[in-house]
Design a protein around this ligand. Sequence first.
Ligand code: G3P
Length: 216
Amino acid sequence: MVNFKAYREVDGAAAVELAKKCQQVSEETGACIAVCPPAVSLALVAASVDIPVLAQNVDPYAPGSATGWVTPSMVKACGAVGTLINHSEHKVGAETVAECVRMSLDCGLTAVVCADNVETAVSLAHCTPDFIAVEPPELIGGDVSVTTANPRIVESTVESVREVSRSVRVLCGAGVKTGKDVAAAIALGADGVLLASGVVKAKDQYAVLTDLVSSL
Ligand code: G3P
């Protein structure tokens, strides 16, 4: 799952170009690659590719008087299939997470809830989102993968979330940049990875994407 964040590299039409590279690598390799473009590019990206497109956030509002907020229903209507919730750079309280998960699932969106640590992951797993993504904030944007710096957080999150619900799948992220990192994540029990800078800021995004999925 490639989070485009708000990097300059994905401003405007560049978001579509990166999403198309993700689609190309997905088609060439059979790997499932999803993208999370900024809200302003969501509809355009969703209309341009066939791979899963997710929002970076939703707000817990129904359609109507909600100026400036991003509702689950508008995310669904523009062709996205899911959303991140509570990313480390866009945290909301536990009650808001629960409401966003509920409203997203009601709309038929895949809910990916982010957590900084095992304790938060377990607590938020009780909302039964589709995925919990564990990302230690201090490793986000860095060059050392969570799978190297803190493999235990991945294993513990997988074990602990499984005890809460076997239907909640686990992603890990922060510093993931190579196929080796992805292989390590899978070996630690994760169902996949959530990453950003390794792809978005790469000189050759296609080559990095190809390497990332090479062990799958
Ligand atoms: O959402 C993914 C993210 O927070 C991890 O970022 O740049 O460390 O892959 P990065």
